[in-house]
Write a protein that binds this ligand. Structure first.
Ligand code: SF4
Length: 307
């Protein structure tokens, strides 16, 4: 087991690596996204908010150092000292000139309480020079990339307007593996038209991809996103809490036990969330997953098969 957990948590992994508890602080590096700035499209992925999928990040008008200090203040009570991972979360955090990227990554890394970086991006936005920069910084620092795959199914990818193909994801992953840059793959559970089998097939693909970690997001609808519009005209069932917990447990059971699980819930804010509203109570989802794993006497990888 992983520190009394029945799945391989990021918390466990970071403690093992750094010998102490490590938090993450979310930053907004002031980026945009090719799926929003007109390069690929203007609307973005249908679930993406105007904050670029980073509802809890720092204030983009502030410097990186000030954002880190602000975020540290928010967790000061439970975490007055100790190291954090600086997470560049909003929009596409490798989509800028190499000079800008070097500047903001090194600014974060030079903060005395930062012990590494997590960088969210798209597979079609990691050109050779960015790979080289990540490789260079990764020699001295712990750095990982986060890729929003969401689904392996082309039909759903079109529906959600992801704007890149599975083939592009595979190529990008090969590049990252060659440079030994760890990456985390995001999947969304409950996308319109996807069956449980479809979702489990996406998970099996991630198993094979040599992904260092996985993030499981519950599909949630945020106000005034294209998904909100779609939902108004094509009402589709949002997941029920019990079904979601059962699905997460089933996913954990087939997941490679080596894979670090970074997240198993959604991330909406109370004032912008249309549904499912039960997703606001993250603690009860996490507890529900722990409880069901225990009841079934199960754990991550119980039914994992390499092929
Ligand atoms: S790639 Fe990310 S930032 Fe860009 S539109 Fe999609 S979710 Fe939003």
């Amino acid at each position: 087991m992983w520190d009394n957990k029945r799945f391989h948590t990021l918390n466990y992994e970071l403690k093992k690596k750094f010998g102490e508890k490590i938090y993450k602080v979310s930053l907004d590096g002031g980026f945009t996204c090719p799926n929003r700035d007109g390069t690929l499209g203007n609307k973005g992925c249908i679930f993406c908010s105007d904050k670029g999928s980073g509802e809890f990040a720092g204030d983009r008008r502030k410097s990186i150092g000030d954002q880190i200090d602000d975020q540290l203040k928010l967790i000061e009570k439970k975490f007055p000292k100790g190291k954090v991972i600086a997470y560049f979360q909003n929009f596409t955090n490798t989509y800028a000139s190499i000079e800008k990227l070097r500047k903001i990554y090194t600014e974060a890394l030079s903060h005395p309480r930062v012990s590494g970086l997590a960088i969210a991006t798209r597979p079609d936005c990691i050109p050779e020079e960015v790979l080289d920069l990540l490789e260079e910084l990764g020699k001295e620092n712990f750095i990982w990339i986060e890729l929003g795959l969401q689904t392996i199914h082309e039909k759903t990818s079109e529906l959600i307007n992801r704007g890149y193909s599975l083939e592009q994801f595979i190529i990008s992953v090969e590049n990252l593996l060659e440079k030994k840059i760890p990456f985390v793959t995001h999947l969304i559970l409950g996308l319109p038209g996807e069956s449980k089998t479809d979702i489990l097939n996406s998970v099996r693909f991630v198993n094979k991809s040599k992904s260092w970690g996985i993030k499981l997001h519950l599909l949630h609808i945020i106000k005034e996103t294209p998904l909100h519009e779609y939902y108004k005209t094509n009402s589709f069932p949002l997941m029920e809490k019990e079904n979601y917990i059962e699905l997460v447990v089933e996913i954990l059971e087939i997941l490679n036990p080596e894979m670090t699980v970074h997240r198993i819930t959604g991330d909406g804010t109370r004032d912008t969330l249309i549904g499912p509203l039960w997703s606001l109570d993250k603690r009860s989802i996490l507890n529900g997953v722990d409880k069901l794993l225990k009841e079934k006497n199960s754990y991550q990888g119980k039914f994992y098969t390499e092929y």
